[in-house]
Design a protein around this ligand. Structure first.
Ligand SMILES: Cc1cc2nc3c(=O)[nH]c(=O)nc-3n(C[C@H](O)[C@H](O)[C@H](O)COP(=O)(O)O)c2cc1C
Length: 203
C-alpha cells in the first residue's frame, strides 16, 4: 500500500522522525545524567508542548512546579523530612535518610507534576488525570527530541508535597519528573513491549 497518499494532510511533519522519537523515549534515571544545567530557553521550549495536550472541556488541568539551582535544596530537604515522617523510627537508617534527596541533587531540574481538579466543571477525576498524563508525554517526547532525558517518579511523598510547599489545595501532586542531560553512549534500551496482537482486537 502506498502510505504517501494518506500522509498528504500531514506533509509538514516527518512521520518517521515522529515515530523514532516516540520509540526512543525512555526512562532515564538521575544516576545516568551528566553535569550541566538546562538553559531556561531550552526548558521553556520543551515546556510549551504541555499546553497542547488534549483536555476534556478545555480545563487544562496540568500544573507544574519547577525546581532548579538553589531551590533543588528545598525539594531535597522536603524528601529528607518526609522520609523521617513516614518511616518508623526503628526502621530509619542514616544511609536512606541521606539518599532520600539524592536524585534531586543529581538532576539538572525536577518538575513536580500536578493536577488542578475542577469540581465546578464536573469532570471525572480520571479524565483530568489522563489529560495531565498526556501533557507529560508531550513534555517527555519534546525533551527527547532536544537530547534531554528523564523519568516520572511517583513516590508516596507526593501526597504531602502540596501542603508542604503551600500550594493550591485544589491541586494534587502526581509525581516528580527528574530531568537532565544523559551521559554519552547510553545506547538503545531493551524494550519489552506486548505485540499488537495481544492488545488490539480488530472487529
Ligand atoms: C504515571 C507513571 C508513574 C511512574 N512512576 C515511577 C516510579 O515511581 N518509579 C519508577 O522507577 N518509574 C516510574 N515510572 C516510569 C516507568 O517505570 C517506566 O515508564 C517504565 O519502566 C517503562 O520504561 P520506559 O519509560 O523507558 O519505556 C512511572 C511512569 C508513569 C507513566
Amino acid at each position: 500500500m502506498d502510505l504517501e497518499q494518506y500522509l498528504y494532510p500531514m506533509e509538514n511533519y516527518n512521520f518517521e522522525s515522529v515515530i523514532a522519537c516516540i520509540q526512543n523515549r525512555r526512562s532515564t534515571l538521575p544516576v545516568q545524567f551528566k553535569e550541566g544545567k538546562i538553559p531556561k530557553e531550552i526548558l521553556t521550549s520543551v515546556l510549551e508542548s504541555v499546553r497542547y495536550a488534549p483536555t476534556h472541556k478545555r480545563t487544562e488541568p496540568w500544573r507544574f512546579v519547577l525546581f532548579q539551582d538553589q531551590s533543588k535544596q528545598d525539594l531535597a530537604e522536603f524528601f529528607y523530612l518526609d522520609y523521617q515522617k513516614q518511616t518508623k523510627q526503628e526502621l530509619q537508617t542514616e544511609e536512606k535518610k541521606l539518599k532520600s534527596g539524592e536524585k534531586v541533587l543529581q538532576s539538572a531540574a525536577v518538575m513536580a507534576i500536578c493536577v488542578h481538579r475542577s469540581p465546578a466543571e464536573q469532570i471525572p477525576e480520571w479524565e483530568e488525570t489522563a489529560a495531565v498524563a498526556c501533557a507529560v508525554e508531550n513534555f517527555w517526547l519534546s525533551l527527547t527530541a532536544m537530547g534531554l532525558a528523564g523519568y516520572w517518579s511517583s513516590p508516596g511523598a507526593r501526597n504531602s508535597f502540596i501542603s508542604y510547599f503551600n500550594l493550591n489545595a485544589e491541586w494534587e501532586c502526581l509525581g516528580f519528573f527528574y530531568l537532565g542531560w544523559p551521559v554519552d553512549g547510553l545506547g538503545p534500551k531493551e524494550r519489552s513491549r506486548k505485540p499488537l496482537e495481544e492488545i488490539v482486537i480488530w472487529k
